[in-house]
Design a protein around this ligand. Structure first.
Ligand code: NDP
Length: 334
């Protein structure tokens, strides 16, 4: 795959300028561009510039509101909602996260429902922001139907990701963030772009036969990780990010709005916990003892540990962006 090295600043500028040229106002363009830039910086190409053409398509076809003005409502002492006004998720998240943290510190646990947004992004940024403020956090969102349920062969669940973060005293938070499918959909699309097969067990073709051909998986179905166990997580995430907050489930989301990886409509639930609420001031030290014990085994590492070095490398050496991705962005015109 041919690539071009871009600095982090160039990535941010390209995303911001492209979004503004196609109907995003300043606040929305900045929030979405920051999200894509941080994905590229952390080595998560599946949620970086690769998604830009899909976003612009949603702006052009009127599915997304580039000038969305998300509205924050307090529903109860520990429950909040941001109505995203039909825009992309990053600005709605930005508006809701500080009030969520404040509510969790007051009550020990709080929940933020994000509704009426288009969600495409990795979930680690929002749980990281909360853990950097000393809170444990979970986030879940559903996506259009791409994943066969256990025993089935047709798309039913979204790739439905979930993320968890735990604060640390003298280190970056421990964060994991994973799809309920073997990989995110963007990974299948990137494998297709690179002409590479997917790992065994990633998906089925349109006739329900196992395949590693990314093209066949894109027209067939992805598979949940760990068989029925991943499928049950996808089911929980559908319920938590759908019926619980009055948003659509994967099966109701319909097909994606375009074939360029652009997001579809949906919601997100974010939960924040104050670790000192139940266990007192020792909670974080106890967490550190768990990490320390785990890491005594050779070959182990904490989830999220890859991102720190990836960010440093990107800052120093830039990021390799696929020329095909850049050509798609260029073809959007201005
Ligand atoms: P990966 O399988 O790449 O990684 C999943 C998690 O496992 C990461 O936190 C990773 O940490 C951790 N991990 C990997 N290897 C190890 C190891 N050896 N030891 C400990 N932890 C490890 O992610 P997915 O492909 O499942 O998902 C990719 C992204 O796609 C996610 O950010 C997800 O939110 C996003 N997504 C978004 C959707 C949406 O609709 N908004 C839909 C589906 C996915 P590390 O980063 O350090 O490697």
């Amino acid at each position: 795959m041919q690539t071009t090295i871009m600095t982090v600043e160039e990535i941010r500028a390209l995303a911001t300028d492209t979004l503004r040229a196609h109907g995003c106002d300043e606040a929305n363009a900045a929030a979405i561009a920051e999200n894509m830039t941080q994905a590229e910086r952390a080595g998560a190409a599946s949620h970086g510039l690769f998604r830009l053409a899909g976003h612009v398509t949603n702006l052009k076809n009127g599915r997304a509101n580039g000038a969305a003005k998300p509205i924050l409502e307090k529903l109860g002492p520990a429950t909040l909602r941001v109505n995203g006004d039909g825009g992309f998720a990053p600005l709605a998240q930005k508006i809701g996260l500080d009030p969520l943290a404040e509510a969790a510190r007051e009550t020990g646990i709080a929940a933020l429902a994000i509704t009426r947004t288009m969600h495409y992004a990795a979930l680690w940024p929002e749980v990281s922001v909360l853990a950097e403020q000393g809170l444990a956090a979970m986030a879940m969102t559903s996506s259009p139907p791409f994943v066969a349920p256990a025993g089935g062969t047709k798309p039913f669940f979204g790739t439905n990701p979930m993320a968890f973060a735990w604060p640390r005293k003298d280190a970056a938070p421990m964060v994991w963030d994973q799809a309920a499918s073997v990989t995110a959909r963007g990974e299948v699309m990137l494998h297709k772009m690179a002409g590479k097969p997917m790992p065994d067990g990633s998906g089925l073709d349109a006739d329900g036969n196992p395949t590693t051909d990314p093209d066949a998986i894109l027209t067939g179905a992805q598979l949940p990780f760990g068989g029925y166990k991943g499928a049950s997580l996808a089911l929980m995430i559908d319920l938590m990010a759908g019926p619980l907050i009055g948003e659509v489930c994967s099966f109701e989301a319909g097909p994606p709005n375009n074939t360029l990886g652009g997001p579809s409509e949906g919601g997100e639930i974010i939960l924040a916990f104050d670790p000192t609420h139940f266990a007192g001031a020792g909670a974080l030290d106890h967490g550190e003892r768990l990490f320390e014990a785990l890491l005594t085994q050779e070959g182990t590492r904490l989830p999220g540990a890859r991102r720190g070095p990836a960010r440093e490398k990107s800052d120093q050496e830039g990021v390799a962006i696929a020329n095909e991705t850049l050509a798609k962005i260029q073809a959007l015109g201005s």
